[in-house]
Design a protein around this ligand. Structure first.
Ligand SMILES: Cc1ncc(COP(=O)(O)O)c(C=O)c1O
Length: 442
């Protein structure tokens, strides 16, 4: 098919998620290799967002390709009632790397389904209905996961079924109070959360649901002691702690799961994206043994035809091996330091860069109109002049491919990126930050 037809047919026949369909202009991708991909005109782009923060191992990984082909040559699929080697191997590989408390994995097909499934698992296990989650979170697009979601995409799931209660994230760059330390902020946010638990009635609360690091709403890294404090509140009131690791799992932050940076152990982990880097869609729920054991004598409250699809699990097993063989966790920690340092240098140079938040290869550049007041470059939920799309378009002109949310631009390349490949991208950011400086200065 001629490449012009590919774009025309996509626009004519395919609905693209979350956006107005008029005026779309999708790039026709023809090839990918490592951290780069090419369009139909032969132009080469750097994937600086790991597509949707999922392309952790980069394009065209031969080991994962081969594992998928090997599985296909045996069988593509058998239903979850049969034992399949790749399925049990992947579950074991994940459990083996986790603290002893964890017991079993329920497989889903992506992040939304992982959270939707975990919601039913948590409610049936606790016999409680309410779930607390945060305003700046995204947990998925269906009714339950949309109910967990706190940011504007939740409105498309409304009216929500009863039982979803929201609280505010410790987003220190925009906190209503000036805190003198991270600990002071942590104490404040934990105190308000404690009050909210008491007012909601802990006997009705099944779980507190958190993106370990809030991802698509701006890489909001919890302040010191915050997650430990949430864990303590969960223990005090007999509430499950659920960490949504869909975006930050599989070494994005330098650890297999992001919670491992914060010295806490949740009761349930949800994952997707980096488990297969999208080579085949896969998601899942990891539960502590106490929860897995409960289901020895109680039926699982959920199920999916494709739970633990063998092809997807084969991609997952090969990905886990690739992460291990290439010491990706250590690599991310090393290159992540270079990313953070370079972004801090750029911030010092550009008044429109208000905040840099960065952990591993997961970074947000937040733009402001005023570095003193932290006034966002574009107001919450509105960007009538299209300022952020303009900045993303300027990056695209320079073949730096990423996306934005509110006043934030994400910098989150595939985890295999080398120091040299990364360094080549900073001058592009520098130029576009100068454009942002002009816009911010009015
Ligand atoms: C933290 C988090 N949870 C859940 C989801 C939903 O995952 P999916 O789009 O694979 O259904 C996402 C997607 O970006 C996410 O970032």
């Amino acid at each position: 098919m001629a490449t012009s037809d590919i774009k025309a047919e996509q626009l004519e026949y395919v609905l693209q998620p979350w956006v107005k369909q008029a005026g779309l202009d999708p790039l026709v991708v023809t090839k990918g290799e490592g951290v780069y991909f090419w369009d139909d005109k032969g132009e080469k782009y750097t994937d600086m967002s790991s597509l949707l923060i999922n392309n952790n191992i980069g394009f065209n990984n031969q080991e994962v390709n081969q594992a998928i082909a090997d599985q296909l040559s045996k069988f593509a699929f058998v239903s979850p009632v049969y034992a399949a080697e790749s399925r049990s191997k992947l579950a074991k590989a994940i459990i083996d790397k986790l603290p002893d408390e964890f017991g079993k994995v329920f497989f889903a097909n992506a992040g939304t389904e992982a959270n939707e499934s975990a919601l039913k698992i948590a409610r049936a296990y606790t016999g409680k209905q309410k779930v607390l989650s945060r305003y700046r979170s995204y947990h998925g697009a269906t009714q339950g996961s949309g109910g967990l979601t706190g940011e504007p995409r939740k409105h498309f799931s409304e009216p929500l079924s009863p039982g979803f209660v929201k609280f505010f994230d410790p987003y220190l760059y925009h906190a209503p109070l000036k805190f003198s330390s991270e600990e002071e902020a942590t104490n404040y946010y934990l105190k308000t959360l404690r009050d909210q638990i008491i007012y909601e009635g802990p006997e009705d609360i099944a779980a507190i649901w958190l993106e370990t690091i809030t991802g698509s709403n701006g890489v909001i890294i919890p302040p010191k002691g915050y997650l430990k404090g949430v864990r303590e509140l969960c223990d005090e009131f007999n509430i499950l702690m659920v960490c949504d690791e869909v975006m930050v799992g599989f070494y994005r932050t330098g650890k297999l799961f992001a919670f491992q940076n914060f010295d806490v152990v949740p009761d349930i982990i949800t994952f997707a994206k980096g488990v297969t880097s999208g080579y085949v869609p896969l998601g899942g729920v990891v539960v502590q043994s106490k929860i897995a054991d409960y289901y020895n004598d109680n039926p699982m409250p959920t199920g999916l035809t494709y739970s633990g699809h063998p092809l997807a699990c084969a991609a997952g097993v090969a990905s886990m091996k690739f992460y291990d063989d290439h010491k990706i966790g250590e690599h991310v920690q090393e290159v992540g330091k270079e990313l953070k340092a370079a972004l801090e240098d750029l911030k010092a140079k550009h008044p429109s860069v208000g905040d840099i938040r960065s952990i591993g290869l997961f970074a947000a550049v937040e733009f402001t109109r005023n570095p003193e007041t932290h006034e966002p470059l574009v107001p919450y939920g509105r960007d009538p002049e299209g300022i952020m799309p303009k900045l993303v378009a300027e990056l695209k002109k320079r073949h730096f491919m990423t996306y934005s949310h509110e006043s934030v631009i994400f910098v989150a390349p595939p985890l295999i990126i080398t120091s040299e490949e990364l360094a080549a991208e900073f001058p592009k950011l520098d130029e576009v930050m100068s454009i942002a400086d002009e816009i911010a200065a009015g």
